[in-house]
Design a protein around this ligand. Structure first.
Ligand code: AMP
Ligand code: GLY
Length: 423
């Protein structure tokens, strides 16, 4: 079978790496892909939002399964379009991807179906929003309703900051139309975890637990990014927390979406805030986490393709997933300046030396090829991912890989996985 993966970041490199190992798969294409992906698959020069182009390509090449990585094509309706043309495709339909594309939708869904989440309200006008801020007090969390590349969430520490943020978002200055509606919610404390599950709309198969590191600097300091590193398993997700999340979050959400006439098929990602035995959902995503996907797929023992096919066909019966006992840790190497404006075009050295380390894989995210060199081309550049018998071993291995690689202005966190060690 031929498989097309849509996307070109670290998540899609991990997907291609895993899919290419399947005995069911002959050839993998990736649109647009990146130089790292190009070593395993054929890169196709189509952007993720070029739905007609992707459809024409899939038909021409007789693609047996298309796997959609990022949220943008999902929220544009790529799954609906491919299904209308009789093509098998893994991902949420447009009316289900709204669980990520609209934070107001996902909060209202959670409220309606009893999924635990922070107290909130939704606003389109400044005055009632300010009244709510005054009622709840600070710190308070303000979220642009629409897609904002993981940057639409502001934790305001003062009333002035909260009011300024609401003004900025509602006026359209920040995040454009994505901010024309805002969710304002109670500030939660605790430790975050990423809880992902495959679902065909009825059956739910959880992935292993994972934890991301959103802030750009060590000790969770500085602005939020798309994710500076991740590890799996995450010890904060105990068996009790896992069982609670399956019953109270995943089951209620999948059933709720079905009841709303928006059956959810794909991978459902719940960002959880865990405080002792208290679990609340911070957000839903309609896709694999990036970088969580990298350590998760390195730990997946089973062939992923039967799982993706089961979801795409709407029937996961008989599918089970086995995991390696080993831990995996992914350290993101980023360009100087990220998550604001960042450097580009710096030559990356040491990739071959890192690749020579056993049980280590360097996933490319923002890279480009030029003049026989690999150069930086995005904010998050590489995801250096190591396996180990313990989280400690996996951390050591990942950082051994990181130590081999350098470029001008490289930035990475030095404490990825540290929270797991504390437990
Ligand atoms: P979200 O995109 O909604 O997951 O928000 C991005 C990040 O903002 C989360 O990973 C948390 O670190 C933080 N965050 C979001 N909502 C809250 C909340 N209610 N309380 C505390 N932190 C939050
Ligand atoms: N790593 C967080 C996300 O993918 O949204």
């Amino acid at each position: 079978m031929k498989v097309l993966v849509v996307g070109g970041g670290g998540r899609e490199h991990a997907l291609v790496w895993k899919i290419a190992q399947s005995p069911l798969v002959g050839k993998v294409y990736c649109a647009p892909g990146n130089p790292g992906i190009g070593a395993l698959a054929e890169n196709v020069p189509l952007t993720v939002d070029d739905l007609p182009g992707l459809l024409a390509f899939a038909k021409e090449k007789e693609i047996g399964l298309t796997v959609v990585g990022p949220e943008l094509p999902l929220s544009l309706g790529i799954v609906d379009l491919f299904e209308e043309h009789g093509l098998l495709v893994f991902g949420a339909r447009r009316n289900a991807a709204i669980i990520e594309a609209s934070k107001a939708f996902s909060k209202d869904l959670m409220k309606k179906y009893g999924v635990p989440t922070a107290a909130y309200d939704v606003f389109t006008e400044v005055d009632p929003a300010v009244a709510f801020i005054d009622k709840v007090g600070v710190p308070i969390v303000i979220k642009a309703d629409g897609l904002a590349a993981g940057k639409g969430v502001i934790i305001a520490q003062s009333r002035d900051e909260a009011v300024a943020t609401v003004n900025d978002m509602l006026s359209g200055n920040a995040f454009g139309s994505a901010g024309s509606r805002v969710v304002i919610e109670e500030f939660l404390v605790g430790e975050e975890a990423s809880f992902l599950a495959f679902t065909d709309g009825k059956q739910i198969i959880p992935l292993a637990s994972a934890q991301d590191h959103k802030a750009v600097f060590d000790g969770d300091q500085g602005p939020n990014t798309g994710g500076m590193g991740a590890y799996s398993p995450a010890p904060v997700v105990t068996q009790t927390i896992h069982d609670f999340a399956m019953a109270e979050v995943m089951r209620r959400t999948v059933d709720g979406m079905a009841a709303e006439g928006r059956p959810y098929r794909g991978v459902l990602y719940a960002g959880l805030m865990i405080n002792g035995s208290d679990v609340k959902v911070l957000e839903f995503n309609a896709r694999f986490g990036d970088p969580e996907c990298q350590p998760l797929l390195m730990r997946m023992k089973s062939d992923i393709v039967p799982v993706l096919l089961g979801v795409a066909r709407g029937d996961l019966s008989g599918v089970a997933i086995e995991w390696h006992d080993k831990a995996a840790v992914c350290v993101v190497m980023a360009a100087e300046g990220y998550p604001a404006d960042y450097r580009k075009g710096d030559e990356i050295r040491g990739l071959d030396e890192a690749a020579a380390i056993d049980d280590l894989y360097v996933f490319h995210a923002g890279t480009a090829a030029g003049d026989g060199k690999i150069v930086t081309a995005g904010g998050r550049v590489l995801g250096v991912t190591g396996l180990g018998a313990t989280v400690k071993d996996a951390i050591d291995r990942a950082y051994r890989g990181v130590a081999k690689i350098c470029w001008e202005g490289v930035h990475f966190r030095k404490d990825i996985g540290a929270k797991a060690l504390k437990r």
